[in-house]
Design a protein around this ligand. Structure first.
Ligand code: EPU
Length: 428
C-alpha cells in the first residue's frame, strides 16, 4: 500500500549517479552458473529484480556472498538441481534466462512460464526455436517448461523477430555447446554486449555481439572472474526525461553517452540542451519544449523502455506529437493515467497522438508497469500540485533509490507508508 507522493513544480539541479543496468544484471547473474569457478559481479543495481535473481541462485544451490550493496560473489560449483520455485519464475520475465543457463550447464531445465510486465502477448517461440536448433527437446505440462538434451551442438539460428530475450537465452545455451553457433538477426542492445563481454572475460568465445550476427564457438570450461556491469541506459534516460519535464540543469553521471544517443537526439529536437561529457551528460531545460515524433525500435533505435517517459514529457510540449510503439503490441495502458493528470492523448492501435497542454495537474494515479510508473514520476515532477502514485512495487523492480536520487536534485518526492487501519477504515 505504499505510495509515492510528489509535489510538482520544483526545477531540478545538481547531479545524480546512475546504477548498473537492470537488463544486463538479470542476464549476467544466470550466466554465472555456467562458470566452473567463483564469479564476482560488481555494479549490480540494488533493485527487486536483482534480489529475485539472487534468490533463484540460492534455490539452485549456488553459494552467494554479498560483498557490499553492489557486489556479490557467486560460487556455482555446488548447484544440484534444474529447477526453482514457480513463484520466483512468475515474478519476473528474465527468470527464463535460467532455461538457457541450466541447459548450457546441465543439459536440462525445468522452469515455470515467466511473468513480467503486461504488454499483451509475450511469446517465447524464438527462444524455443534456438534451443531446438542446438538439439534440445522440450514440452510443457501444467505451466512447467522442460528442456532436455543428450548433448548440445552448435548450429545456425535465424530469429524471425529481433528479440533481446531469445538472443540472451541462445547465447547462454550455446556457450558450452560443441562447435559453432551462429545467431542471425540477433538483438544489438548494450546489455547483449555486456553479457558477451562477461562471458568472454571468464573464457567464452563470443564474437559479433552488438551486431546482428553473433558467433559463439563452444568451450568446455569457463573459469571464474570479476566483472563490472555497465550503467543503466534506461535509468539514465528516465532522469533525462525528468529534467526535460520539470526543467533545470542536472548532470547525470556514470553513463555511457553513446548508449543515450537516440534519447539525446529526441530531447534536443524538443528544445532540451544536452551536453555529452566523458562518462556523464548534462541536461538543461529552461523553456517550453516543442512537439516531435518518436518511433520505438530495437537498438540502436529509440528504446521502447523509454516510450512512456518520453510521452510524459511530450504531454506538455507545444504542438501535436506522435509516438509510435513498434516493439510491443500493447504498451499504452499508462495513457489513461496521464489523462487523469490532464494530458490530451488519443491512442489508435500502436500510435499515440499527443496534443501538448500547457501544464499537467497532479492527481492520484498508478504505476501500471515498471516504465509506466517511471512515466508517472516524470509527469508528476513537471505537474502543478500533488501526484500520488500507487502500485510502486513495479517501479522498485528497476530503479535503485529513486526517491533519494530525485530528492538530491531538488524534487519534492516522498515514499509514504499507508497504515493498515487506513485501508480498513476506508473500506467501511
Ligand atoms: N517476441 C516474439 N517471440 C519471441 C520473443 C519475442 O515474437 O520468442 C517478440 C515480442 O513479443 C516483442 C518483440 O519480440 O514484440 C521484442 O521482444 P524481446 O524478446 O526483445 O523482449 P524481452 O526480451 O522480453 C527485453 C527487456 C524489456 C524490453 C524488451 C525490448 C529484459 C529483461 N527485458 O524484453 O525491458 O522492453 O527487451 O527492448 O531485458 C523493461 O526493462 O522495462 C523491459 C520491459
Amino acid at each position: 500500500m505504499d505510495k509515492l507522493v510528489i509535489n510538482g513544480g520544483n526545477t531540478l539541479k545538481g547531479s545524480v549517479n546512475i546504477s548498473g543496468a537492470k537488463n544486463a544484471a538479470v542476464a549476467i547473474l544466470p550466466a554465472a552458473i555456467l562458470a566452473d569457478g567463483v564469479c564476482r559481479i560488481e555494479n549490480l543495481p540494488n533493485i527487486s529484480d536483482v534480489s529475485i535473481m539472487i534468490e533463484i541462485l540460492y534455490h539452485l544451490g549456488a553459494g552467494v556472498k554479498v560483498i557490499n550493496k553492489s557486489t556479490i560473489e557467486i560460487d556455482p560449483t555446488h548447484i544440484n538441481t534444474n529447477t526453482f520455485p514457480s513463484e520466483l519464475a512468475r515474478s519476473m520475465r528474465a527468470s527464463y534466462y535460467f532455461i538457457g543457463a541450466l541447459l548450457g550447464r546441465n543439459h536440462s531445465a525445468n522452469v515455470t512460464m515467466p511473468g513480467g510486465c503486461d504488454f499483451g502477448v509475450r511469446p517465447i517461440d524464438q527462444h524455443i526455436k534456438g534451443f531446438e536448433a542446438l538439439g534440445a527437446k522440450w514440452n510443457m505440462e501444467y505451466g512447467m517448461l522442460s528442456f532436455n538434451a543428450d548433448e548440445l551442438l552448435g548450429n545456425s539460428v535465424y530469429f524471425d523477430t529481433v528479440s533481446v530475450g531469445a538472443t540472451v537465452n541462445v547465447i547462454l545455451a550455446a556457450v558450452k555447446a560443441k562447435g559453432l553457433t551462429v545467431i542471425e538477426n540477433a538483438a544489438r542492445e548494450p546489455h547483449i554486449v555486456d553479457l558477451a563481454n562477461f562471458l568472454n572475460t571468464i573464457g567464452a568465445n563470443i564474437m559479433g555481439a552488438g551486431t546482428d550476427v553473433i558467433k559463439i564457438r563452444g568451450v568446455s570450461e569457463l573459469s571464474g572472474g570479476t566483472y563490472s556491469i555497465i550503467p543503466d541506459q534506461i535509468e539514465a534516460g528516465t532522469y533525462m526525461a525528468a529534467v526535460a519535464a520539470a526543467g533545470g540543469d542536472v548532470t547525470i553521471k556514470n553513463v555511457i553517452p553513446k548508449h543515450l544517443e537516440s534519447i539525446t537526439a529526441k530531447l534536443e529536437e524538443m528544445g532540451v540542451e544536452v551536453y555529452e561529457l566523458d562518462d556523464a551528460v548534462r541536461i538543461v531545460r529552461n523553456k517550453r519544449l516543442t512537439k516531435t515524433k518518436v518511433k520505438t525500435q530495437p537498438h540502436p533505435g529509440f528504446p521502447t523502455d523509454m516510450q512512456p517517459q518520453i510521452a510524459a514529457v511530450l504531454a506538455t510540449a507545444e504542438g501535436t506529437s506522435i509516438v509510435a510503439e513498434n516493439v510491443w503490441d500493447n504498451r499504452f495502458k499508462y495513457i489513461d493515467e496521464l489523462r487523469r493528470m490532464g494530458a490530451d492523448i488519443q491512442v489508435d492501435g500502436k500510435i499515440a497522438i499527443i496534443e501538448g497542454v500547457e501544464k499537467l495537474q497532479g492527481a492520484p494515479v498508478k504505476a501500471v508497469d515498471l516504465r509506466a510508473g517511471a512515466a508517472m514520476i516524470v509527469a508528476g515532477l513537471g505537474a502543478e500540485g500533488k501526484t500520488e502514485i500507487d502500485d510502486i512495487h513495479h517501479i522498485e523492480r528497476g530503479y535503485e533509490d529513486i526517491v533519494e536520487k530525485l530528492t538530491m536534485i531538488g524534487a519534492d518526492i516522498k515514499r509514504v507508508q499507508m497504515p493498515d487501519d487506513f485501508i480498513s477504515s476506508k473500506a467501511v
